[in-house]
Write a protein that binds this ligand. Structure first.
Ligand code: HEC
Length: 128
């Protein structure tokens, strides 16, 4: 029997398992049901809900400790492109509060587009 094959196989199996785990962890794979809005929803709960709240109403767990109250995204009158910009560059870059962080070093432009697509669904104006 080939001893090399025996010792190498588990390592190769592990490498494959790690590779497929990172594919599953990616927010941009093509599984069914993996739409911009569902990817955006996952990003929103991870990065935004703390301040903006699970439903985007501005009532997240950390809302009370912000200098300026987190925006209520369910009634926002801002355009999609404004939202893209404030998410990417942060509140201060838009002459607003620095309590709204800049996400460009954390999220890719594709992530930002997805999370803003999800934010649009929270807005009552877009449901009329
Ligand atoms: C640390 C708290 C905090 C986190 C986390 C946070 N925000 Fe904000 N956000 C704010 C605050 C505060 C404002 C309001 C700033 C102001 O009015 O000057 C704001 C404003 C906004 C606005 C402008 C809405 C409007 O109608 O003017 C958008 C859009 C937004 N945030 C989206 C997001 C998204 C998407 C995420 C996650 C990627 C996020 N925010 C994460 C605090 C936060």
């Amino acid at each position: 029997m080939n001893l090399r094959a025996i010792t190498c196989r588990p390592v190769r199996g592990l490498a494959l398992a790690l590779a497929s785990a990172s594919v599953l962890a990616s927010t941009h794979d093509a599984r069914p049901g993996n739409t911009p809005v569902t990817r955006g929803e996952a990003l929103f709960s991870k990065y935004c809900a703390l301040c903006h709240g699970a439903s985007g109403a501005g009532d997240g767990r950390a809302a009370a400790v912000q200098k300026v109250a987190p925006a209520n995204l369910t009634v926002s009158t801002r355009t999609r492109s404004y939202k893209m910009q404030i998410v990417r560059d942060g509140g201060a870059a838009m002459d607003r509060s620095s309590s709204m962080p800049a996400w460009r070093d954390v999220l890719t432009d594709a992530d930002i587009a997805d999370v803003v697509d999800y934010v649009q669904t929270l807005n009552e104006r877009n449901r009329r």
